[in-house]
Design a protein around this ligand. Sequence first.
Ligand SMILES: NC(=O)c1ccc[n+]([C@@H]2O[C@H](COP(=O)([O-])OP(=O)(O)OC[C@H]3O[C@@H](n4cnc5c(N)ncnc54)[C@H](OP(=O)(O)O)[C@@H]3O)[C@@H](O)[C@H]2O)c1
Length: 259
Amino acid sequence: MDILLVGCGKMGGAMLRRWLDAMPARFTTVNRSGRALPPGTEHVSGADALDGRRFDAIIIAVKPQQIPDVLPDYTEFLAEGGCYVSIAAGFSAASISKVVGDKPVIRIMPNLPALIGRSVNGLYANSACGPAHRDLADQLAKTTGTAVWLDSEDELDRLTAVAGSGPGYVFEIARSYIAAAEDLGFSRETARALVLETIGGAIEMAARSEDDVAELRNSVMSKKGTTEAGINALRRDGLLDALLKDTTRAAYDRAVELR
Ligand SMILES: NC(=O)c1ccc[n+]([C@@H]2O[C@H](COP(=O)([O-])OP(=O)(O)OC[C@H]3O[C@@H](n4cnc5c(N)ncnc54)[C@H](OP(=O)(O)O)[C@@H]3O)[C@@H](O)[C@H]2O)c1
């Protein structure tokens, strides 16, 4: 199987590393800027270098706003029976069809832990896709993490707001938590280690537990103890709940704008 990857930045690059390790396919990557890419993929500088080639899948990994300008240069290289796979946030399969015509289009919404094989991937296939296209996308997703098939693009946009953008929220929360630890007198290095180990340990424990996370929270709060004092401050006036609702809603609204 021959696969063309158009766009190999942070997300395309993270996924490519996993695909090269795990998939029995040949990858060709459009790499305009000549950045260092993992060995095992053929690099080309643009569409001109692909004369006469045909690919079973063309993966679109440029920014959503760039798709209408970039994709028309590559449509002639899709093999008969091939499919487009887009990892772009928001930009709908219908909008991709406006550029490529009535072709099979699958959207995979990954997140950055694809780098370590822990991406949460949402998948959506348009009606032109058959079982072979869905199998390929399933394999592309599962070599980078998990695969959750969705019936509508609206669901995919909601998944984007929770999981696709989610690592960014977690990094921002961790940054703020580290700053708070520094404020209590720890060095930056110690604060980072304490916070990341605490978050990592707590999340892994929650993932392994059958208990609801609210029950886990209650299990570490003793009456008039230190955790209760901290949690009372964290939950003051429901600000945290409101903030996270606003956060995911803003990301969803942006995905809808990008459709
Ligand atoms: N980052 C995330 O966490 C994340 C999560 C989910 C989905 N996504 C989606 O992944 C896509 C890529 O995001 P990213 O964060 O990886 O962005 P990025 O790091 O900026 O990468 C974009 C890539 O597009 C390439 N590109 C731009 N114009 C091109 C052209 N005319 N021909 C060929 N390649 C071109 C760039 O190549 P040059 O460097 O050579 O210009 C760059 O490698 C986006 O659609 C985004 O919505 C990202």
